[in-house]
Write a protein that binds this ligand. Structure first.
Ligand code: NAD
Ligand code: LMR
Length: 325
């Protein structure tokens, strides 16, 4: 039996976590041979609900679940932790953009970044989910200089999965035939879902769907899917977001499939002309717990222009919260 790993999850009494925690405990994220200890963080008024989440976790009798720690003290939540799933933050409501959350949510990530810097294992792998996810990850990174910045990522896998679904539906093929989907940029409406390098089985995606659909329908559909769910559900995506977190961490820790890649917002090394240090979504492959940006892709002027616009939005978001780092 492997040694248990510690997984910290913030916002653990919220909507996303009600789908997420049970899947971590069942082994879907880190493997069915990996015991886990869950370290769950909430704000004090939510500790009662969190206790119920713990009761239900225990009542599942998951063989891999070694312990569940519930706390409102970030130091307790992050001490000794191997993985950090940063979900706790306000969601947006109808009519809002994700960047409207920056004022309130940015503070959470500067506070937690400082605590992580002080108490966490410097090799801890982090995914930021709370919106605006890329800039919250950037704030966390700036407040946690002891951590390897390559271990601070933001969630784009939900967008990636949304794009696979839209493309498969349009091409009338099954989703498991779609590989090499790419989302560039920010988890916002400026994100760039890009099928130029995507394959559907043995065919290139651009040979199966027309460019006008890809540019004028597919891109906005994927980029605005979060708002579409909010309008229909009255609150933001939860089960699909949790699924994205599971997929993101599983790919990162256990590796991507040969001949495929995934989209992750990671520390930019300047690839594709994007400012170094921004948390920007790239196509990446993962092996042995490390991600690598896919290099050498040729981008059209149309895609490059959109990628630059998403970069500019991230630069602007970073400027507006520079008081937080
Ligand atoms: P929710 O309101 O149901 O849950 C959030 C939880 O976080 C609440 O229980 C709240 O008490 C807790 N919380 C608030 N401040 C905290 C803090 N400082 N420390 C610990 N916990 C804290 O919201 P949700 O639907 O679970 O969404 C959470 C976040 O995820 C939102 O910001 C939402 O916009 C974002 N989101 C991101 C993606 C993505 O793809 N990146 C997808 C869906 C949702
Ligand atoms: C999503 O993409 O569903 C989330 O980021 C929630 C939102 O605000 O759109």
């Amino acid at each position: 039996m492997k040694q248990p790993v510690r997984v910290t999850v913030t916002g653990a009494a919220g909507q996303i976590c009600y789908s997420l925690l049970y899947r971590i405990a069942s082994g879907e994220m880190l493997g069915t041979d990996q015991p886990v200890i869950l370290q769950l963080l909430e704000i004090t008024p939510a500790l009662g609900v969190l206790e119920a989440v713990k009761m239900e976790l225990n009542d599942c009798a998951f063989p891999l679940l070694q312990d569940v720690i519930c706390t409102d003290d970030p130091k307790v939540a992050f001490t000794g932790s191997d993985y950090g799933l940063m979900v706790g933050a306000k969601p947006r409501g109808p009519g809002m953009e994700r960047a409207d959350l920056l004022k309130d949510n940015g503070k959470i990530f500067s506070t937690l970044g400082k605590v992580i810097n002080e108490v966490a294992n410097p090799d801890m792998k982090i995914v930021v989910v709370g919106n605006p996810a890329n800039t919250n990850a950037y704030i966390l990174m700036k407040n946690a200089p002891n951590l390897n910045p390559q271990n601070i990522t933001a969630l784009m896998r939900l967008d990636h999965n949304r794009a696979i679904y839209q493309l498969a539906e349009k091409a009338d093929k099954s989703m498991n035939t779609v590989t090499k989907m790419t989302i560039w940029g920010n988890h916002s409406t400026t994100q760039v879902p890009d099928i130029a390098h995507t394959m559907i089985g043995e065919d290139t995606a651009p040979s199966l769907v027309d460019a006008t659909w890809a540019n004028e329908e597919f891109i906005p559909k994927v980029a605005k899917r979060g708002a579409e769910v909010i309008a229909a559900r009255g609150s933001s995506s939860a089960a699909s977001a949790a699924n994205g977190v599971i997929d993101h961490m599983k790919s990162w820790v256990l590796g991507t499939k040969d001949g495929d890649w995934v989209s992750m917002a990671v520390y930019s090394d300047g690839s594709y002309g994007i400012e170094e240090g921004l948390i920007y979504s790239y196509p990446v492959t993962c092996k042995d717990g490390e991600w690598t940006i896919v290099t050498g892709l040729e981008n059209s002027d149309f895609i490059t222009e959109k990628m630059k616009a998403s970069e500019a939005e991230l630069q602007e978001e970073a400027k507006t919260c520079s008081d937080l780092f």
